[in-house]
Design a binder for this molecule. Structure first.
Ligand SMILES: [Zn+2]
Length: 197
């Protein structure tokens, strides 16, 4: 029905997160329909990213320069380090515009189920980095999941000997959140983390 090139395009699109075969076909048709406005610039952007994107050797972020733009930004506070699970979390923190320190990307979370231990996440390197780089404050920004919190507690234990102040992100009521829609765990976490007005 369709040629092998288009079949291949659809199969590759279907591998993207959030896209199944049906949405991949729709995306392929959209690309063909908008050949000049979308398809050609997208192909160029993909080729350029594939050729240039690197993993920052200092923090684990993705960028086209090495070290990344965050690590080389002299305006950012070198003494504050935010530990995140992955680059998606790092980019989310950056979108908030509220953090002006540097990052450390773990590349995963501790998981007994998946057999991921401290050595897989390079935690010794993180402890070494905190000691050598003059880091005085560490923010553990792992997810509010069982694995995220297990990882945060393990990191807090391991990093305690460095003398840096260690904190974790608060858990509780999201901005714009109605109490009635929250699960019991979130409400009890918010109650425990209440603050004085
Ligand atoms: Zn970096």
């Amino acid at each position: 029905m369709i040629g092998p090139e288009l079949e291949r395009l659809i199969q590759l699109l279907a591998r993207l997160p959030g896209l199944g075969p049906r949405s991949a076909r729709r995306a392929a048709l959209h690309l063909i329909d908008k050949r000049d406005a979308v398809m050609v610039p997208l192909a160029e952007a993909l080729a350029e990213a594939a050729a240039k994107v690197r993993i920052c050797p200092l923090c684990g972020n993705f960028d086209t320069v090495e070290p990344c733009a965050i690590c080389t930004d002299a305006k950012r506070d070198q003494t504050v380090l935010c530990v995140v699970e992955d680059v998606a979390s790092l980019w989310a923190m950056e979108r908030s515009g509220c953090f002006a320190g540097r990052y450390h990307v773990l590349g995963g979370l501790l998981s007994a189920l998946d057999g991921i231990g401290p050595e897989d996440l390079g935690i010794n390197r993180l402890v070494e980095k905190v000691r050598c780089d003059g880091v005085t404050e560490i923010i553990l920004a792992t997810p509010a999941t069982v694995e995220g919190q297990t990882t945060a507690h393990y990191l807090a234990d391991r990093l305690a000997t460095t003398g840096a102040a260690i904190s974790g992100l608060a858990h509780g009521v999201p901005i714009g959140g109605e109490l009635d829609y929250l699960d019991d765990g979130t409400i009890s976490a918010a109650l425990r983390a209440r603050r004085a007005f």
